[in-house]
Design a protein around this ligand. Sequence first.
Ligand code: 5GP
Length: 114
Amino acid sequence: MEPTIFDLILNKEIPADIVFENDDVLGFKDVNPQAPIHVLFIPKVRIATHNDLDASNIDYMSKIHLAINEYAAQIGEAANGYRIVMNCNENGQQTVFHIHMHFLAGRKMEWPPG
Ligand code: 5GP
């Protein structure tokens, strides 16, 4: 698999505004924020899309959810609420093929999404 821009961020080869890190997950601010708070949570292993999740790597999704809970509490947005989004392939508008969860907070989100 070709490395993505997120591999470069993971390897600290290009800068990112990192707001969360543990052994398995990295969280950094999106360069093109769609909400006052927009953080991308990625696993520290390469999983290209949601379709590539399987029994061998699904634990990373739990770790991302727990990282989001920890971060939301840390920044005081847990009770206010937030939206988490994963885009998959073309119709989902995925542009970076290293699985990531968008964490959007700081304003009321529209529903339904476009
Ligand atoms: P996707 O459309 O694949 O779900 O989301 C990819 C996200 O990565 C986009 O929201 C885009 O703004 C963000 N992004 C793309 N390149 C970079 C980068 O170099 N640094 C950061 N921090 N975010 C990026």
